[in-house]
Each structure stands twice: as C-alpha cells, then as structure tokens.
Write a protein that binds this ligand. Structure first.
Ligand code: ZN
Ligand code: ZN
Ligand code: ZN
Length: 499
C-alpha cells in the first residue's frame, strides 16, 4: 500500500510498506511528497524497497528525508547509511525535528530535489556526495570489510557499488580527481594495500612457488654445515638410522654450535626436484582468478577524506559534472575562457595575423516539447572525444566547439575543411543518440565569422542563441527505426551504426 499523508509539521509523507516502482510511476510525481516513510517490519523487504526508493539514486526521492520502522533499528547493515531515522509514528517529536532540519538545510544550500536518472559512475558520485553534504556527513572514512571488493570501503559507497552503481577504476579516479581539485582533502592516511591489476579487488592469495616450474608443491629443509670437513648439504643427507652422521666424513654429529650448525633453509620442489634458496611469490585473485607476480599488483592508498568547504559549493553547483570531465579532456575549457579565445582569434583574423575561417559549432538537446535542456556530461565527453584538437565548452544549454580552418592554399581547401567540420558535428550528434531519452532531439548548427572588426560583438552575441533551423538534427526514436529490436535484419548502409 502506498499513500501520501500530511504530518503535524504540514509536510507530505509518502508512506509505503512494499516494493514499488516509484520512479517509473506517473501517479506519484516528485512534487507531491517531501518525506518517505517505509513501514515494512522486515529487514530484507525494507532493504529491497530501499534499493530503488532511496535519497541518492532515486530521481523522485533524492535528498528527501527517509524513515523506516522502529523495529529495524540496528539491523539494517550498510543501509543504515541512507536512513534518517527509525520510527513507528510519523508525528513523533524526533521525526518532526529531523525532517525540518534536513528540508531546511537542503533549502539553505540550494539542493533541489529534481535530478535526472543516473547514466554514469561520475553522475552517481556527484549524487552521492550531494546527499552526504545534505546530511552534513563530510568525512569519508574507509572501513575494513571482509566481504567488500577492495577490503577497505566507505560503507555508503559500497552499498551502491554492490548494486552496480559504479566501476572501481572510476571510483579511484574520482577520489583522486576531487582531491587534486581541492574539493576533497586527505585528513588521514589509513593504509597502502595492493590490489589485483585486472579487477582491482583486494582478496588475493599469496602463493610461494618453485622458480623453475612455477608449482607451489614445495617443501623446506634445513642445511647442515659440518665444521670438521666443511660439508654443507640438506639435513636428510645426514640421516642414518635416526642418527645425524656426516655423509662426507662419516663422523657422528655431536652438539649444534660445537661441531656443526644449520646456516640456511633450502626449498625443494616436489614436482620437478629443483632446489632453491628463495621461492617466488605469486598472487591469485579470488575474484577474477587471475595469477600475477607480486610486483604486478597495484599499490593503492586508502585515506580518510573530508569534503572541503570549496568542495561543498562546487559539488552542489549544477556545473560540477563538467568540472570533472575537464580532468580527462584538456580541450574542455570554461566558457569565459572559450569566449575570450574566440574574441582573440576573431581580432587576429581581422588584423590579418591569421588566415582562415573561424568556426563555432553549437550542439544542443531539445526535449519532447522542443525546449532546450541542460547538456549532460556524457555529451560533453563525446564532443571532447570527437574534437580533440578544438576547444570545447558549455553554457546556455549549448555545447560549443571552436575551430579555425587555416593554412589553405586554394579556395577549395577551405570549403572542404568546413565540410569536414560539419561532418564531424553530424557524427557527434549521432554518437550521442544513446544518451538521449525518448522524444529528445539533438541538434547542431555552425557559425562562420564574417564581416570586419565591428561584427565580432554580434558574432559572440549570436553564440548564445540556438537556431530554429539547425544544420542537422537527430532523434533516435524517429530517425533510426532500423535500430529497434523488432526490425528485420538491417540492409547494407553507407555508414556503420554506432553502438
Ligand atoms: Zn663431515
Ligand atoms: Zn619445480
Ligand atoms: Zn582480480
């Protein structure tokens, strides 16, 4: 059963007792409720409910206060990390206070409850860190967990890792990138551990092996040094009917330290008979079953991180998604820098310092109603990849690519380069198709600087606007029916389909 009830603080509480596809349901839009209350008394069922209805990954519930039944207190494992309280009465004083504190703080810091579905690891990390800020949990401390991927895990991260929210490699890059940007700070070093180079899991078996045949069926034996004749051989060669007798001079050994000693241990391989002083250490990953030499393992520091005050501001800001991409793509620049660059190039062109055409490509997405939408980070990533030699930026719901076409000798060369620029823009918007949701359309147009010094301002001004007549547009629903599963086997096409 699922209902919406007003509490004594005049907040609307979504009360439910069983799993429900809330994000997909048209009956309970995000704006109809402020708080979630799960009344199911079972640990397992409540955990199942929280897998989809939670304040981190749910588009309708993000950052909203969430409470579960009183009986579950202390029993929810890592799920406790996303629960604001345990109660049987939605009007108990504690609950009312907790709700007001969270809602007022979210309003104060400007965290809006509306978010898009999560499409990438980085989007997930932003959502999770926003949630942590909303709950004033700015210390991220790894704990040892025998069942966790990397041994040391931050419990709330691990909760979602187990649901497939992110890749481990993305996690380490994210933590490092946030620290380099000053958005996180290492408040304490915890430990350096070694991870599997293939899957980054920490659960490795260390195996000592024969350096010759690589098998681990080896045994150790002490070596005996007989002072009198200087014989040094393994202990078993001294064994004669329960006595220690030198195999070289046949004297019976008396006292260790007096007439003999045991200077070393040697290893013998039971498989190939090889004798050696030092076995080779190999590791076996219990997760991916890969076998590696010890020096191939990846050293990884685990730290306690703190979200800095600068981090809190940046993470809550809507542009954070792009900020992260700048770490990977050095052709992405802030819009103000992009604008000054375009101005500079334009002035250079009109003063004759550069020959060639100055082009700006604009890419934008329209929703089903034909309104522009904010550019998703995945699209920026694609644009950066498709135009590695051009500067890329984002503003006004538009992704920009700046390009100077130059060094041409014949008139025809320019035209060809401009056409290539357009072709790349067309390919980019098609590649972005898989990021679009039903009904959305991605468009591009390009601008070419013309005129003289006095037209630069107009050119820059025009960059802010989208054209009602794009040069090309793409809507996966309408333009690409052949890619639908129901279609018959695809006929030969000019261009390969982008998966
Ligand atoms: Zn001897
Ligand atoms: Zn061997
Ligand atoms: Zn592995």
């Amino acid at each position: 059963m699922i209902t919406i009830q007003n509490n004594d603080g005049d907040r609307r509480v979504l009360v439910l007792d069983s799993p429900f596809a809330l994000d997909e349901s048209p009956d309970f839009p995000e704006y109809l409720f402020d708080v979630i209350f799960v009344t199911n008394p079972s640990v397992g069922e409540t955990q199942t409910i929280l897998n989809s209805i939670n304040p981190v990954t749910s588009t309708k519930c993000c950052y909203k206060p969430i409470f579960v039944a009183k009986a579950l207190e202390g029993k929810m494992g890592n799920y406790a990390e996303i629960i604001d309280g345990y109660a049987d009465d939605i009007n108990s004083m504690d609950v009312l206070t907790a709700i007001e504190n969270i809602i007022n703080y979210n309003t104060l810091i400007g965290l809006s409850a509306t978010e898009d579905p999560i499409l990438s690891s980085n989007q997930f990390f932003i959502r999770l860190t926003r949630y942590l800020i909303s709950r004033k949990k700015t210390i991220l401390e790894p704990r040892l967990d025998v069942s966790a991927s990397t041994g040391y895990v931050i419990p709330i991260f691990d909760l979602f890792y187990r649901q497939g929210a992110y890749e481990l490699s993305d996690y380490f890059v994210f933590m490092q990138s946030m620290t380099e940007k000053g958005l996180f700070r290492i408040s304490k070093f915890v430990n350096k551990v070694y991870l599997c180079p293939d899957c980054l899991h920490s659960h490795l078996l260390y195996v000592q092996t024969c350096p010759k045949c690589g098998q681990s069926s080896i045994q150790t034996e002490e070596v005996i040094h007989h002072f009198r004749c200087a014989n040094v051989t393994p202990e078993h060669t001294y064994n004669f009917g329960g006595q220690l007798r030198c195999p070289k001079c046949h004297k019976v050994l008396q006292h260790i330290g007096m007439d003999y000693d045991r200077p070393a241990i040697i290893y013998t391989c039971n498989i190939c008979g090889n004798t050696f002083i030092e076995p080779q250490t190999k590791t076996l990953c219990t997760s991916c079953h890969g076998a590696f030499d010890a020096d191939q393992l990846i050293p990884q520091d685990f730290n306690i991180y703190e979200i800095t005050s600068e981090g809190k501001q940046s993470i809550i800001s809507p542009n954070i998604g792009f900020t992260i991409y700048t770490e990977f793509y050095d052709n992405y620049i802030e819009f103000n820098r992009f604008l000054s660059r375009i101005r500079l190039l334009a002035e250079q062109k009109f003063s004759g310092n550069i020959t060639g055409d100055l082009l700006v490509g604009k890419i934008w997405v329209l929703d089903a109603e034909g309104l522009t939408m904010s550019i998703r980070p995945e699209i920026i990533e694609l644009v950066c990849q498709y135009f590695p030699n051009n500067k890329v930026s984002v503003a006004n719901n538009i992704s920009y690519v700046g390009s100077v076409v130059r060094n041409y000798k014949n008139v025809g060369d320019t035209e060809e380069d401009i056409i290539n620029f357009q072709v790349m823009l067309s390919e980019t918007i098609r590649a972005a198709g898989h990021v679009l949701k039903s009904g959305e359309r991605i468009c591009y147009s390009y601008m070419k600087l013309q005129g003289n010094q006095s037209t630069i301002d107009d050119f820059v001004k025009e960059m802010e606007f989208i054209s009602p007549m794009p040069d090309d547009s793409y809507c996966p629903d309408q333009d690409n029916p052949a890619s639908k599963p129901a279609a018959t086997s695809s006929s030969l096409q000019d261009e390969p389909e982008i998966e």
